[in-house]
Design a protein around this ligand. Structure first.
Ligand SMILES: NC(=O)C1=CN([C@@H]2O[C@H](COP(=O)(O)OP(=O)(O)OC[C@H]3O[C@@H](n4cnc5c(N)ncnc54)[C@H](OP(=O)(O)O)[C@@H]3O)[C@@H](O)[C@H]2O)C=CC1
Ligand SMILES: O=C(O)C1=N[C@H](C(=O)O)C[C@H](O)C1
Length: 269
C-alpha cells in the first residue's frame, strides 16, 4: 500500500480538487499524500476527509506547496492560471510530475510552464477525458475532409461558476479544426459576435460560450454547409471523467523524461 505512488492535489476545496481526492482515495494504483490550499483558507490545518464532510483521510491540508510536493511523486493541479504557474516552478524544483488541468492560461503563463518542463514532467490538457481527446482527433479529420463550404463553429456550455471563455476544450477543438484545414487558428478565429458583425467570413472558425446552472461541460463542433450539417458532440455528465484522466496522466508521467506532454501522449491517440 505505502509503495504506491503518492499524489498531491492542489486547490483541494475546489469542484475538481474534491473530485480528484475522492478518485485517488478509491484507486488501488496511487495514494493521496498531500492537499494544498491557499494561505488563509479555512481548510488549512484540517483533515481533508473531514473538510469534505466525511471520515478522516489522514491527510492534513497545507498552505506550503514546496514542503508538500517534496513528499510526493506527482501533483494534480486544477486551480487558476496564476497558481498553476507558481506550482509549475515548485514542482520543477521538487522534480515531481505536474499534471495541469487549469484552463484560461495566457501565452506568458504557457511560456513559464514550458520553462518548468525542462526540469520535470508536465502533462497539460484543457480536457483530460478520453471522449474529448477522441473528439479532438475526429475534429481534425472531419475538418481536413470538408472544404470551406462548411463553416466551422465550436459551441460550448458550462456551469455558471466558470470564469474563462472559450473553454480550454473549445480552444483544443478549434486548434484541431484549424490544423485539419492547414491554417493557424489565430488568423481565422471569430469570438464573441455582437451587433452588426457583417456576414460570416469564409474559412473562419467561430466560438460561442453558454454559461448556466450546473452544466458539467458540453462541446459541439458544427460543420454547416448549404443543405447539410455535421455535428460532433461530447457531453460530460460527471467530473469523474476528468479526474480519472488526470490520475492516468500522473501515473503515466512517472515513467517519462522531463518535458511537456498532453493527453494524446498519455492515451496514445
Ligand atoms: N482539464 C480538464 O479536464 C478540466 C479542467 N478544469 C479547469 O480546472 C480549473 C478549476 O476548476 P474548478 O475545480 O471547477 O474550479 P474551482 O473554483 O471550484 O476550484 C479552484 C480551486 O483552486 C484554488 N486556488 C486558486 N488559487 C489558488 C492558490 N494560489 N493556491 C491554492 N489554491 C488555489 C481555489 O481556491 P479559492 O476558492 O480559495 O480561490 C479553488 O479551491 C479551471 O481552470 C477549469 O477550467 C475543470 C474541469 C476539467
Ligand atoms: O471549468 C470547467 O468546469 C471545465 N473546464 C474545462 C474547459 O475549460 O474546457 C474542461 C471541462 O469542460 C470542464
Amino acid at each position: 500500500m505505502t509503495n504506491l505512488p503518492g499524489l498531491v492535489v492542489t486547490g483541494a476545496s475546489g469542484r475538481m480538487g474534491q473530485m480528484l481526492m475522492r478518485t485517488i482515495q478509491d484507486s488501488d494504483k496511487c495514494r493521496l499524500v498531500g492537499a494544498v490550499e491557499r494561505k488563509g483558507h479555512d481548510w488549512v490545518g484540517r483533515d481533508v476527509g473531514e473538510c469534505m464532510g466525511g471520515a478522516p483521510m489522514g491527510v492534513i491540508v497545507s498552505d506550503d506547496p514546496l514542503e508538500t510536493f517534496a513528499h510526493a511523486q506527482g501533483v494534480i493541479d486544477f486551480t487558476a492560471p496564476a497558481a498553476t504557474v507558481e506550482f509549475a516552478a515548485i514542482a520543477a524544483q521538487a522534480r515531481v510530475v505536474h499534471v495541469i488541468g487549469t484552463t484560461g492560461m495566457s501565452a506568458d503563463d504557457l511560456g513559464k510552464i514550458n520553462a518548468a518542463a525542462r526540469h520535470a514532467v508536465v502533462v497539460r490538457a484543457g480536457n483530460m477525458s478520453l471522449g474529448v481527446n477522441l473528439l479532438v482527433q475526429l475534429t481534425k479529420k472531419v475538418a481536413a475532409a470538408l472544404d470551406e463550404d462548411f463553416d466551422i463553429e465550436v459551441i460550448e456550455a458550462h456551469h455558471n461558476k466558470k470564469v474563462d471563455a472559450p473553454s480550454g476544450t473549445a480552444l483544443m477543438l478549434g486548434e484541431a479544426a484549424a490544423e485539419g484545414r492547414g491554417v493557424s487558428l489565430e488568423n481565422v478565429s471569430d469570438r464573441g459576435r455582437d451587433g452588426i458583425t457583417g456576414a460570416r467570413e469564409r474559412g473562419h472558425i467561430g466560438f460561442t460560450a453558454i454559461r448556466g446552472g450546473d452544466i458539467v461541460g458540453e462541446h459541439d463542433v458544427l460543420f454547416a454547409a448549404a443543405g447539410e450539417r455535421v455535428i460532433l458532440r461530447h457531453v460530460a455528465t460527471d467530473r469523474a471523467v476528468f479526474a480519472r484522466g488526470a490520475l492516468k496522466a500522473a501515473l503515466w508521467g512517472l515513467g517519462q523524461k522531463p518535458g511537456e506532454y498532453d493527453m494524446m501522449d498519455v492515451l496514445g491517440l
